[in-house]
Write a protein of this length. Structure first.
Length: 611
């Protein structure tokens, strides 16, 4: 998995760290038995199912199946490649990767990434120089100054300017021997086919203020460019590239992470200018999504860094609707959401310039509404509350919002709030709440029943089939756990059934385990997990390795597991032939039914013989 990084070096890097310490930097862990547990950083949950084993130096989530070692954890949480994760850990440990001195010869894919980073850094430095030091950038500097952006902020965020030219950047890169095809792939140049089949390449960003977008390590991976005057699109982002994925990254995360963790809260903005203005106003924990609606991937990144989020989007109708959508995405990831409110027609940047930093932090951020209060406020705008019918319809929809709240204490709080605001009997509101909740529960139940009834569970043989399936799967699982902890058990199984497991992924794991031992590695679940290259196999192996293995596995137990595994195909065939026999009997085909009966007798004898 490590490409050309020597395995012994990777092993040394892994052994240097206690995975509990590394995971504990971003997940609150509590010891329970031999392992540590916490809320999973990779999916939303209320009950901790994320387990970290200090003994085996692995993690595994029983809820979503994420698992791996310390290197994999860094890859997932920091969006690193394998080589980047190893390099980062090696630097922290003071371990030199021999023969590299920071080079990327280990991995061809990593070498491509490094080439992309080089050209992106060159472009960012050029744009910044043009803005701050040349006549080309005078107009852009004046524009930013009119918008209240200080020179300090321009330096801090490495703002830049792309001249209104089709060839300025292209010529600059050519003088530095940067391949044009690389610049196209990095999203800096665009191209179009000409008549006759030739290709014309030109600067993608022209006449725009440039906002570099960084990864979690502060390396430039993309750009956002803003026009200063009329024209469309007002904002232009880098296209999807090897480095840049608009739906996965957040603007300013590398800079804000420390403040977010210190304050236990992130503030989410819609755009670059709002965020930079807020930064100047003292909001150091700001993030921005990159010109699109907040994605689940971005919400997961936010949740890994903070549980509490304040959404600070524009105050117009579009901004409030976007706040509502973003709230739902964040709440689905387990975030506690508040929504900042500003006078109509103002965005955060406008508000700060007109009313000042103190008013923004004290009146907008500090007084953000809890999500439900924001939702109820939005609902009011849809109804004429001076009209009795409008009030009744509003109250009904407000109770529907309240009915979705998971905690009884929250539901009671907002029902009392409505009763007081509209001078309505609390008992009447509670009665309406019970009616709506009952209707909702029936709907959920009916959906569940429909899904259940559409499944193959209604086969009369489902119970027996399920029991046998679980028995053979459990046998395969326990056998693999024993094999991971004991080379002799693996050798015994390899001689008997090889990789002929019934669960495909377990068969693949067995094959990898045989190869792992054949290379002379010791029986060590943590090292075996590192040996795996496929993410699904790695997660499955982590789930098995986190289980406690018996100190000893007897020959009788191994034989019993193998018998379960071998018998499962026979059980499947018996169930299938029984069904065929019944169909033949219903069709009146006595000859076929008799023939199937004979085959069933033969199969049952085979099962008895195996037993």
């Amino acid at each position: 998995m490590g490409g050309r990084i020597p395995e012994e070096v990777i092993d040394r890097v892994r052994r240097h760290f206690d995975i509990v310490d590394v995971v504990g930097q971003s997940v609150q862990l509590k010891k329970s038995g031999r392992n540590f547990f916490g809320l999973c950083p990779f999916h939303s949950e209320k009950t901790p199912s994320f387990s970290v084993s200090p003994e085996k130096q692995i993690y595994y989530c029983f809820g979503c199946g994420a698992g791996g070692d310390v290197i994999k954890f860094l890859m997932e949480t920091e969006q690193f490649t394998f080589v980047e994760a190893v390099r980062s850990l090696a630097e922290q440990a003071g371990i030199e990767l021999p023969g590299t001195s920071g080079d990327t010869d280990y991995d061809p894919e990593e070498k491509k990434r490094e080439q992309h980073r080089k050209v992106m850094t060159l472009a960012a430095n050029l744009f910044h120089h043009l803005l701050m030091k040349t006549e080309h950038g005078v107009e852009a500097r004046r524009y930013l100054e009119r918008r209240g952006i200080t020179g300090e902020a321009m330096e801090e965020f490495q703002l830049g300017y792309a001249p209104d030219s089709y060839s300025f950047l292209r010529s600059f890169l050519k003088r530095r021997d940067i391949d044009e095809e690389l610049a196209v792939k990095a999203g800096l140049l665009a191209q179009r086919e000409q008549s006759g089949g030739s290709v014309s390449r030109f600067d993608r960003f022209r006449g725009r203020v440039m906002f570099p977008i960084h990864d979690t390590q502060g390396r430039v991976i993309g750009f956002g460019g803003r026009l200063m005057g009329e024209g469309q699109p007002k904002y232009l982002n880098s296209p999807e590239t090897l480095l840049f994925h608009k739906g996965k990254f957040l603007y300013n995360l590398h800079r804000a992470r420390k403040a977010i963790r210190k304050e236990g809260q992130a503030v989410l903005f819609e755009g670059y200018m709002d965020l930079i203005s807020a930064w100047q106003a003292g909001v150091q924990n700001g993030l921005a999504n990159l010109g699109t609606s907040l994605t689940e991937s971005q919400a997961r990144v936010i949740r890994r860094n903070a549980e509490n989020v304040i959404i600070c989007y524009d105050s117009d109708s579009a901004g409030q609707n976007a706040s509502d959508r973003a709230s739902e995405v964040l709440r689905n990831q387990g975030c506690v959401v508040k929504v900042a409110q500003m006078p109509p027609g103002l965005d955060p940047d406008d508000y700060i310039r007109k009313r000042g930093a103190k008013a923004f932090t004290g009146e907008v951020i500090a007084q953000a509404l809890p999500y439900v209060a924001f939702k109820l406020k939005m609902l009011k705008e849809d109804f004429d509350l001076k009209d009795e019918e409008g009030r009744m319809r509003y109250l009904t929809q407000a109770i529907e919002v309240i009915a979705d709240l998971p905690r009884a204490i929250e539901r009671d709080h907002y029902l009392r709030f409505l009763a007081k605001e509209f001078e309505v009997s609390l008992d009447a509101l509670k009665q309406e709440h019970r009616r709506i909740a009952s209707k909702k529960n029936r709907g959920d139940r009916d959906k569940g029943l429909e899904k259940w009834n559409n499944g193959y569970h209604n086969s009369k043989h489902m119970v027996g089939r399920k029991r046998r399936f679980l028995a053979h799967e459990e046998a395969e699982k326990r056998l693999l756990v024993a094999m991971m902890h004991n080379r002799a058990v693996a050798d015994r199984v390899q001689e008997t059934i090889g990789a002929e497991f019934n669960v495909e992924v377990y068969g693949a794991l067995a094959a990898y385990l045989y190869a792992y031992y054949a290379e002379g590695h010791p029986a060590d679940p943590g090292r075996f997990i590192h040996f795996l290259q496929d993410d699904q196999l790695l997660a499955e192996a982590s789930g098995l390795a986190i289980l406690d293995a018996p100190l000893e596995v007897t020959e009788e137990e191994i034989a019993d597991y193998i018998r379960h595994i071998r018998n499962y195909p026979l059980y499947k065939e018996i169930e299938w032939k029984k069904e065929q026999q019944k169909q033949a009997e219903r069709a009146g085909d006595i000859a076929k039914a008799t023939r199937l009966g004979v085959e069933l007798m033969r199969l049952r004898k085979m099962v008895q013989k195996e037993a």
